[in-house]
Design a protein around this ligand. Structure first.
Ligand code: FAD
Length: 636
């Protein structure tokens, strides 16, 4: 029996990584918010690897923190190992990765939601999105209905349903309707979305088995320990010292590959039972054995899932092969001969939307007040989900507050790249963030996310006065130190030249700018301490100073490219343009432009199927429009 259960400004459907960020942002911006989950004990659940960050994903988490989101802080409270990946390469690809205690991560995030003013948390399945037609004849949402008949009226809805919509679990020839980790699926909402005219895709992802630590022979594996100096994810956290746990490295054997090849006919991936499209960059082990047949073995990381559990995660062994095959397969790995499997590997198929139906605020172009974020948009990964959740939650609230929306462009952050790629190009498989997706990765480093985004977080109201003051102090200290180093002249004293010789660096004959010394590849900021006295600065400030000076040539070049990019982003396109009527545009371009209604010439140029020639036609069309308007204004 249906009943009116109340009113909220914003309703968030789902309390996964996207839902938590969306709900917190909306409530913190002053909107009366409710967040729903099918099971409250699965808030911020990690159905896959118990880790946050990694290549490009670490950048997203730092950007979320810089804007005022929660994932970075929650990770700093619950991680059990921390590493900076790619530290032997350039700073553009330095990526923080933390192994987290899965249960504690959930408990902390759930508690943060529970303590948040303006936010109610509710256990219920949303089965229907209620909508009406507004005075302009366009569709707008009006509320949600739960599986128990409760109707909540609201002005905005953020969909963050993850891998639950019509979810189907597949293990060999066994399949059944089910969500991740034995949780209930959401089997009704997809039909309601279809009724609203939303196009859905079928995607798939998979996860490996979980094993009992007691059954592992670590003497046959190599220990992977965390970094000595821990870099926090949150810019709010100065320093962290914890006793870290280790991960372990083993690898597949010839026997493993033989078992997989002999049983490929029983794999639902190869039997065609799985229809959903899987992630290219997170392939299952059977996929890896087939696609990289020349490789004799693949790395497998055995990762702890927490401090109060014996459960361990087999990173790199995601699979949907039958259980009996899985057991043989896992037992063929060095160190796992006597393994006890606690949870089998499985694949999960689920419904997600075609994200090109959204605009850059993550609102549906044709459904007023309906937003979407996370895996439901075709992305894959906790970090990608959280980034979208933050953007959607902020924009749902800003719209209610009649304030300007938050749109981050590709030169401002990986969050901008993520949203633009999803809504402008769309994706035919689960989309994973990578540094190679950004044109400006030297500017979008993980270390300077606060310098790029905290002023924006402050402007929209998610960064407190107190935090912003600390940020300004840091920014000014960096600037002052860069100016000091670029101005200071070092004289060719005996001490200086002895130091340079020690560093295999060319001695100087006359006064040299300290900045020029720092630009020498064999010298770094820390080493130069030996030849000049200076105020002790924190590691994050030193890191900024060193990178800004050492890479300033490359940085300047990228900044010029950004200027060019921004010029095209500023050429705005009216949403009312009927592209079908523009002569000179190719048919495919007309259809795609009319479907996506790009914000700008820049966005139009990134739509698949729109060629540079089409963009030239568009620019001429805009000039024509401008001329016509001038003539019309003159006549009037
Ligand atoms: C088996 C598996 C393997 C994965 N493997 C990988 C991988 O290898 N690499 C990778 O990057 N990512 C992987 N992921 C994806 C990763 O888990 C997700 O990217 C991430 O959890 C998405 O976050 P989200 O917030 O979008 O959704 P989720 O974390 O899935 O959360 C969805 C939330 O929505 C709620 N919900 C759903 N429908 C309703 C409804 N109708 N009413 C109320 N509440 C609802 C659920 O209760 C849940 O709280 C995997 C996920 C699974 C399940």
């Amino acid at each position: 029996m249906e009943y009116e259960a109340g009113y909220y400004d914003v309703v968030v459907v789902g309390a996964g990584h996207a839902g938590c960020e969306a709900a917190l942002a909306s409530a913190r911006l002053g909107c009366k918010t409710a967040v729903f989950a099918i099971n409250l004990d699965s808030i911020a659940n990690m159905p896959c690897n118990p880790s946050i960050g990694g290549t490009a994903k670490g950048h997203l988490v730092r950007e979320i923190d810089a804007l005022g989101g929660e994932m970075g802080k929650n990770t700093d409270k619950t991680f059990i190992q921390s590493k900076v990946l790619n530290s032997a390469k350039g700073p553009a690809v330095f990526s923080l990765r933390a192994q987290v205690d899965r249960r504690r991560y959930q408990i902390e995030m759930k508690h943060t939601l529970e303590k948040q003013e303006n936010l109610d948390i509710k256990q219920a399945e949303i089965i229907d999105i209620l909508s009406e037609t507004d005075e302009n004849g366009s569709k707008k949402i009006s509320g949600v209905k739960t599986h128990t008949g409760a109707i909540y009226r609201c002005r905005s809805i953020v969909l963050t349903t993850g891998t639950y919509l019509k979810a189907r679990i597949v293990i060999g020839d066994v399949s059944y309707s089910g969500g991740p980790d034995g949780l209930f699926p959401a089997n009704k909402l997809s039909d309601s979305l279809k009724e609203l005219g939303i196009e859905l895709f079928r995607f798939k992802t998979g996860t490996p088995a979980r094993i009992n630590r007691r059954s592992v022979d670590f003497s046959k594996m190599s220990e992977q320990s965390g970094d000595d100096r821990i870099v926090p994810f949150s810019f709010e956290v100065e320093e962290i010292n914890i006793e870290q746990v280790s991960c372990w490295l083993t690898h597949t054997s010839e026997e493993t590959h033989k078992i997989i090849k002999e049983n490929l006919h029983r794999s639902p991936l190869y039997s065609g039972d799985i229809k959903g499209v899987g992630p290219r960059y997170c392939p299952s082990i059977e996929d890896k054995v087939v696609r990289f047949a020349d490789k004799e073995s693949h790395q497998v990381f055995v990762e702890p899932m927490g401090l109060e559990t014996q459960e361990m995660y087999l990173q790199g062994m995601s699979s949907s092969l039958p259980e009996d095959v899985q057991i043989k397969m896992v037992k063929s790995l060095p160190g796992l001969e006597n393994v006890s499997i606690m949870r089998s590997a499985y694949a999960i198929e689920y419904d997600c939307i075609n994200a090109t139906q959204l605009d850059l605020t993550l609102e549906f172009r044709d459904i007023n007040g309906l937003y979407s974020a996370g895996q439901i948009n075709g992305s894959s990964g906790y970090e990608e989900a959280a980034a979208q959740g933050l953007v959607a939650g902020i924009n749902a609230a800003l719209k209610i507050k009649e304030k300007e929306s938050l749109i981050l462009d590709r030169s401002e952050g990986y969050i901008g790249v993520l949203v633009d790629d999803l809504v402008t190009k769309g994706t035919k498989e689960p989309y994973r963030m990578m540094t190679s997706r950004s044109e400006y990765r030297l500017l979008l480093r993980q270390d300077n996310a606060d310098l790029r985004l905290t002023p924006i977080g402050y402007r929209i109201g998610l960064i407190s006065e107190e935090r912003y003051k600390r940020f300004e102090e840091k920014r000014d200290k960096i600037q002052r130190e860069i100016e000091r180093i670029e101005k200071k002249v070092i004289s060719p004293t005996e001490k200086v030249n002895a130091f340079l010789e020690k560093m295999n660096s060319t001695p100087i004959k006359s006064g040299v700018k300290l900045g020029d010394l720092l630009r020498r590849p064999e010298l770094n900021y820390e080493a130069l301490l030996e030849i000049e006295e200076r105020e002790e600065l924190s590691f994050p400030i030193k890191e900024q100073v060193e990178i800004s000076i050492k890479y300033d040539g490359y940085i300047k070049r990228q900044l010029m490219q950004v200027e060019q990019f921004k010029r095209l982003e500023k050429r705005k396109l009216d949403k009312e343009i009927n592209y079908l009527g523009i002569d000179g545009l190719r048919i495919e371009a007309r259809q795609k432009l009319n479907q996506i209604k790009p914000d700008s010439i820049g966005q139009a140029s990134r739509i698949t199927g729109v060629s540079p020639a089409d963009i030239s036609v568009l620019l001429i069309y805009l000039e024509q429009l401008k001329r016509d308007k001038r003539i019309k204004d003159k006549d009037e």
